[in-house]
Design a protein around this ligand. Sequence first.
Ligand code: UDP
Length: 332
Amino acid sequence: MILITGGAGYIGSHTVINFLNAGKDIVIFDNLENGHIETVQTLQKIGSVKFEKGDLRNIEDIEKVFEKYDIDAVIHFAAFALVGESVENPAKYYRNNTFGTLNLLDTMIKHNVKKIVFSSTCATYGEPEYTPIDEKHPQNPINPYGASKLMVERIMEDYDRAYGLKSIKLRYFNVAGCDSKNRVGEWHEPETHLIPNILKSTFTGGQTFKIFGDDYDTPDGTCIRDYVNVEDLAEVHRLALEYLYKENKSDVFNLGTEHGDSVKNIFDVCEQVLDKKIPVEVVNRRAGDPAKLYADSQKAQKILGWKPEKTIQESVQSAYNWEKFMNGVCVK
Ligand code: UDP
């Protein structure tokens, strides 16, 4: 059985579907602070999914799961992931993302479970010294979110040396899109991300979409990011776990499309896909946004055999289908 922490959340739920398609039995562990019970119920209709509500900050919660199920490996998503919030409330990030993960790792070692795939982030790199960013780029996070994840990466390396824990650290760039069958999707409250925010502004009662700054040092003045499709991203977790079973070796991989899109590009794609005008205004820069982030993900492509396949148009279309469903405009 595979334990997926944070499996009721955005990337976690898509990864659960990917593992179910591969015939795996899953137990989801989630505190439902950002995840949703409706998502769990949907996943339970798709395949063999057990659900345990609990919080990694309480070691007894996770200990109970390892006592109850025969777990071979862990895919670890459960984390808080808002940069701005992490600056205002670093304790929340270090307690949950770092200390919570330590509880998970200690429980794994105790139960002799020694394989983990970990959701890390390009935020561990901080302000880029060069692009595209490869895995050798220096790691100097500029916010507590990135720091909380980098600490976990370091802890995992030490736990490998000391206890033989094998980990694959996946450093995600930006994630976009939803399940192509519209069963699960991006469901954050509040929503802060670019694509859902653009799409939300098209529904009645939606707010005007705001571009955070158009005076960056980029061709059109707006920030450039690398948007990888969530189903492509889900797939790489399965490949990473297969790699762990085969090679039994720790490693780290960047996951992006190697293509940068500016905020204005993404906005244009949304207008094209929706075939309608979207209300927009330019406002001040958002604190802590680097001008340009995109990945060199050759390593994941060569070693794991991963290939990001979906286009940004497909990601926007699936995200829109989900927004329509959430707004009651269409039925699943
Ligand atoms: N962004 C924007 N308006 C929004 C949300 C985001 O202009 O309503 C910009 C943001 O400043 C950044 C990019 O879109 O340059 C991607 O932001 P997002 O929050 O989606 O992801 P992040 O890069 O922060 O992980």
